[in-house]
Design a protein around this ligand. Structure first.
Ligand code: ATP
Length: 342
């Protein structure tokens, strides 16, 4: 039995995390959950946004399932999500987006965005240039080392995919030093991996191409901010934010979450789509050597979504989070434990 740190998170977090736990346990996951708090929920309980006990739990268990944590726009505390990624050097953020809902905008989309997770514009080096706030500046940091490790990770990841195709996304025509450095490292590593089809796209063209013809791409590797934006776009191609899981992976530690935030507009209503968190739970199971459970979980979700009878409102249905969860658990009962699903 693996011990895993659990942070249910803010807003819709507890609703979707509870659904994910129910589903992966029904799929056979053997996990000893070590529940901790962070974010607004931590502050409401008189703790820090990132309490030391939460950090210690993750440091010890090395694996975490995390619900979304609220980050106020503009003022207030800095992002707890970003702080967690930085504290544990979770340098690669893997965000799969796969069509599971027939009748959506596109069929047969199967994309993975791998986002550099520790630097770029997220380095947090921002300030006003004077006391009158007449202007502000932000510095983007791109290093050889961080670029190399995430791009190398992407090459190794893409080698496991059926289509061995990697697209590096940048803005090297304008950001010649920072984006240019990332592109140069990618080209250098590409020469070590001749078996992988490698190309690059400028970010604005990539956004256009993804909307026009997403099936031409497979795995995308890019810097932090571009990855943040492109992964929401990719989620939109396959049904929306409720569908997109994410894994944050470092040398030794990994944290699994949804791409979406805490969605305060629908929090407490019981209508959030738990698919992203359930699929994040499946990725966690793969990571802790319970890949059969991961496969069963994905198969259960796919059956319910393909069947189309039970869908949450974001996908045009009327099901509550619990009803969707019941349907997936019901589907799992009809999937034999040994059935491997690709
Ligand atoms: P953050 O800054 O934390 O990313 P945000 O408000 O910018 O937060 P989200 O919380 O991701 O972005 O949500 C954007 C919108 O997408 C929400 O208003 C919500 O209606 C919808 N949404 C996000 N996640 C889900 C979900 N799991 N199920 C249904 N709708 C969702």
């Amino acid at each position: 039995m693996s011990k895993v740190t659990l942070i249910k998170g803010d807003g819709i977090g507890p609703e979707v995390v509870n659904a994910a736990i129910r589903v992966i346990e029904a799929a056979g996951a053997a996990i000893d959950w070590d529940e901790q708090v962070a974010g607004v929920t931590g502050v409401e309980r008189g703790l820090e946004t990132l309490p030391a006990v939460t950090l210690d739990s993750f440091r010890e268990n090395k694996v975490c399932l995390k619900g979304p944590l609220t980050t106020p726009v503009g003022s207030g505390f800095r992002s707890v999500n970003v702080a967690l990624r930085k504290e544990f050097d979770l340098y690669a953020n893997i965000r799969p987006a796969k069509s599971l809902v027939p009748g959506g905008r596109y069929d047969n989309v199967d994309l993975v965005v791998i986002r550099e997770n520790t630097e770029g514009l997220y380095a947090g080096i921002e300030h006003y240039i004077d006391t009158k706030r007449s202007a502000a500046e932000s510095i983007t940091i791109v290093t050889q080392d961080a670029s190399r490790r995430v791009i190398q990770f992407a090459f190794e990841y893409v080698a496991q995919r059926p289509r061995q195709r990697l697209t590096l996304v940048h803005k090297a025509n304008i950001l010649k030093y920072t984006s240019g450095l990332f592109l140069d490292v990618g080209k250098e590593l590409a020469s070590d991996h001749p078996e992988i089809e490698f190309n690059d796209r400028i970010i604005d063209n990539m956004a256009l191409q993804l909307v026009l013809d997403p099936q031409q791409f497979d795995t995308i590797v890019t810097t932090n901010m571009f990855g943040d934006i492109l992964s929401d776009l990719c989620a939109g191609l396959v049904g929306g934010l409720g569908m997109a899981p994410a894994a944050n992976v470092g040398q030794e530690m990994a944290m699994f979450e949804a791409v979406h935030g805490s969605a305060p507009d629908i929090a407490g209503e019981g209508v959030a789509n738990p698919t992203a968190l359930i699929l994040a739970g499946a990725l966690l199971c793969d990571h802790i050597d319970q890949a059969v459970v991961g496969d069963r979980t994905r198969a259960g979700v796919e059956r319910v979504l393909l069947d189309g009878q039970v869908r949450t409102p974001d996908l045009g249905g009327t099901a509550t989070t619990d009803e969707f969860c019941d349907a997936v658990v019901g589907a799992l009962e009809r999937i034999p434990a040994a059935e491997a699903v690709g």
